[in-house]
Each structure stands twice: as structure tokens, then as C-alpha cells.
Design a protein around this ligand. Structure first.
Ligand code: PLP
Length: 409
């Protein structure tokens, strides 16, 4: 049960009314519920309890250090995709032996850093990357543990811009290349192949593509005859943004993974991002202006696509809710848009929305994943603040960026 919900028509986050915070802090701002993060992490773990997996939270979904600290305390590791994310994960206290490093374009500097910090695995995405890691390891007189990422050529039903497991996608190695790679790896003397990894995409609401992926992994294990110490099954577990979104049945999938683990005697790693933090935050924003268009009314918010990119980037649907609910409806179409000078700076359209006024505050829902972490300074707008609520306590976990600093740097 989410800790962000209406109580007597007033939107609450944990024990705090959102309106009170909207009046106290400068909008727009991200507002997180600590309890939602913990509940999601525990519920994810409980689905796979029998497998006792290592959960490496995907830092790209949310890289706020305070959020990472909450997850570290819950036992999470980290899946990182850059040197910056690696340093943030370490700064949050996550131990190197719980960190995996994915990504198709790791630089020499990033590889050196990962080796120096002795992280659990560098998940390699190409033969040439492996050659470079081997060379750097040799120079550093180290033996580096790597995983090899498979591209299983599986079409997961999701938005085309967040699919990563089809043959046409840039991620991982094809089955054949991976099998050849495993055969030839012995000549890379400073590498220690310990894992096979896979990640087929994000916001996947059906368990079937995950099941199919397990089959492909079995095929590879049988063909290569390698006893991988770790099998990293990635992330991608979807959440329900829309009323009619189907809930993914993780229990079902978990039974299959349990059998798989027993059969191949490996440790399972997961890299969930969205499933842990997606519904943990809202974006509180003011209606700067109401404006009559030719055939609809625009509610122009003070938050834009620079603050929250998903609708513009992925055509994502995020509901926008009033902080105080009322029964008064207004006929016609209302579109919530942002201030950025791009036609794609728009959020969502409604028919017969409740009556709202200029200067009212509203909440963009479910923005905890790929929200703040994807935000930018486009149109030279400062990054907005992030606040964390724990029951009644409110903490600023990132200050709004200083405009003068932004323009002078
Ligand atoms: C390699 C890898 N692992 C994990 C994730 C996390 O995905 P999600 O937030 O959908 O769980 C991603 C995101 O795309 C990814 O690229």
C-alpha cells in the first residue's frame, strides 16, 4: 500500500499533507516517501526470498546519495553505468563487493577506477572492451572479475526507446559471439569470467519475456559448459503508472528462477531500478498560468521537461493530481504543459478534470525513477530541490541549484 494517498480529499505523503509542504518550500520540487522505498525494496526481496539474491539497485533510476543510503541500509548493492555513479554508490556506503558495472562504452578512466575499487563485477558488453580491461588489469597487476552481457534477442513489450534485448539493440553480445568469446577468454590472462548478465529492457509488465530469457541463458550455459558463479538477471520490472496497467507476477517468475539457481548452482543478481523507487516520489508544481487555447485549456506548470523528462522522451503517462480533491468538474479538455520552449514540453491531457485555479499546486505522480536523475539545465533552468519525508519529518536531500552558480560556471 502506497504511503502517498488521499486522506479526506487531501493528498498526503506519509503523515504529512503535501499542500503544507507546497506552501512552505519553493516549487517545483521532488518529494519522496521513505516508507514507499523501503516497502518496495522489501517486497521485491520477498518475492525472491528463497533465492536469496543480491539486489543491486540500478543507480541510473535515482542517484540521490540520500536515497542510495536508505537502500544501502536495507542491504542493497548497486548497478552502475558510469564512474560518477560508481563514486556515488561508494559514497553512500555501498560496499564494492556489492557493485556491478554495466554499459557499452566504459572509458579507460572508468575501467581503471572500477578495478582500483575492487568491485564485484565489470559486466563486459563487447570483445574489445574485454581486451581493454585485460590490458589495464595487466598494467595494474590485477586479476579482474568480469561478467559477460548477453543480448538474448528477445522482444519485450515496452516502449521502443527502452528496449535493450533485441538483436538490433547495442547492448551485450549475441548468442554466437558470446559463445565464441567464452571459448577464447582464456587468452585474456588477467580476466576472471565469473558471471553472465542480461537486461532486456525497462517497464516490462509481463513475466513472459523474463521466462524466455532464462531459457536462452540455459542454452548458453549448456553450450559453453561454464559454471558461472553469478547469473545477473538485470532489472526491467514494470510498475503500474496507468489504471489499466497489468501488474507483473513476480512470484511466478521467481519459482522458475529458483529452479534455475538450483540446477546451475549459481548466485542470482537482480538490478531493479524503477520497481524500487518509481512510485516513491511526486513532483510538486504550481499552475503558473491557465490559458484558453482554441479547443482546450492549458494549465502551464512551473515544472518542465527539463525537470521531468519521461513524457517528452518516452511518451510516458504520469497522472497529475490536485493536492485537494473536489467534486467540481469543468467540461472540456485540459492539458498540463510545462514552460520549456519545446512543443514536447507537455505532460498529460484530461477530459472533464476537476476545477482548478491559477496558482494552485498539483502533483505529477510516480516520478521517483528516471525523474531527478534525468533532469537537466535545458533553457538554463536550475535543477530543482529534492525532499524526503519520513513519517512527519521532512528533509531537503538536494538543494535547488543556485542560479548564479549555474550561469557563472
Ligand atoms: C543494465 C541495466 N540494469 C538495470 C536497469 C534498471 O532497469 P529498471 O529501472 O527498469 O529496473 C537498466 C535500465 O535500463 C539497465 O540498463
Amino acid at each position: 500500500m502506497s504511503s502517498i494517498k488521499y486522506k479526506n480529499n487531501t493528498l498526503f505523503i506519509e503523515n504529512t499533507s503535501v499542500k503544507t509542504l507546497a506552501l512552505k518550500y519553493r516549487s517545483p520540487f521532488y518529494l519522496y516517501s521513505n516508507s514507499n522505498i523501503s516497502k518496495n525494496f522489501k517486497s521485491f526481496y520477498n518475492n525472491f526470498k528463497k533465492i536469496n539474491p543480491l539486489i543491486c539497485f540500478s543507480v541510473k533510476a535515482n542517484s540521490n546519495i540520500k536515497i542510495l543510503r536508505i537502500l544501502k541500509k536495507l542491504g542493497s548493492g548497486a548497478d552502475v553505468v558510469s564512474g560518477g555513479e560508481l563514486l556515488k554508490a561508494l559514497k553512500s556506503g555501498i560496499k564494492p563487493n556489492k557493485i556491478v558495472f554495466s554499459g557499452v562504452g566504459k572509458t579507460e578512466e572508468e575501467i581503471r577506477l572500477a578495478i582500483k575499487k575492487n568491485i564485484l563485477l565489470i559486466n563486459v558488453e563487447s570483445e574489445n572492451e574485454a581486451i581493454l580491461i585485460n590490458k589495464i588489469s595487466n598494467q595494474m597487476r590485477k586479476s579482474t572479475s568480469i561478467g559477460i552481457r548477453l543480448n538474448p534477442d528477445i522482444n519485450a513489450p515496452t516502449h521502443k526507446k527502452i528496449s535493450t534485448g533485441k538483436a538490433e539493440d547495442k547492448f551485450g553480445l549475441s548468442k554466437n559471439s558470446l559463445i565464441t568469446f567464452c571459448r577464447d577468454i582464456k587468452r585474456l590472462k588477467n580476466l576472471n569470467l565469473e558471471a553472465i548478465s542480461v537486461h532486456i529492457g525497462s517497464q516490462i509488465l509481463s513475466e513472459n519475456p523474463f521466462k524466455k530469457t532464462l531459457k536462452v541463458l540455459e542454452e548458453i550455459i549448456l553450450k559453453t559448459k561454464i559454471n558461472f558463479k553469478y547469473v545477473d538477471l538485470g532489472g526491467g520490472f514494470g510498475i503500474t503508472y496507468k489504471k489499466n496497467d497489468k501488474k507483473i507476477r513476480l512470484k511466478d517468475y521467481s519459482n522458475l528462477v529458483e529452479k534455475f539457481k538450483k540446477k546451475y548452482n549459481c548466485k542470482i543478481i537482480f538490478e531493479p531500478g524503477r520497481a524500487i523507487v518509481g512510485n516513491s516520489a511526486i513532483l510538486v508544481t504550481k499552475i503558473q498560468y491557465l490559458k484558453k487555447g482554441a479547443n482546450k485549456v492549458f494549465a502551464i506548470l512551473n515544472a518542465g521537461m527539463n525537470d521531468f523528462m519521461r513524457p517528452a522522451l518516452y511518451d510516458a503517462t504520469h497522472n497529475i493530481l490536485p493536492l485537494i480533491k473536489s467534486n467540481k468538474r469543468v467540461k472540456g479538455t485540459l492539458e498540463f504543459v510545462g514552460p520549456i520552449c519545446e512543443s514536447t514540453c507537455r505532460f498529460i491531457k484530461y477530459k472533464n478534470y476537476q476545477k482548478i485555479n491559477q496558482s494552485d499546486y498539483v502533483a505529477i505522480m510516480d516520478v521517483g525513477a528516471y525523474g531527478a536523475s534525468l533532469s537537466s539545465n535545458y533553457n538554463t533552468k536550475p535543477l530543482i530541490a529534492e525532499l524526503l519525508v519520513t513519517k512527519k519529518k521532512v528533509k531537503v536531500i538536494r538543494q535547488q541549484q543556485d542560479l548564479l552558480k549555474l550561469i557563472n560556471h
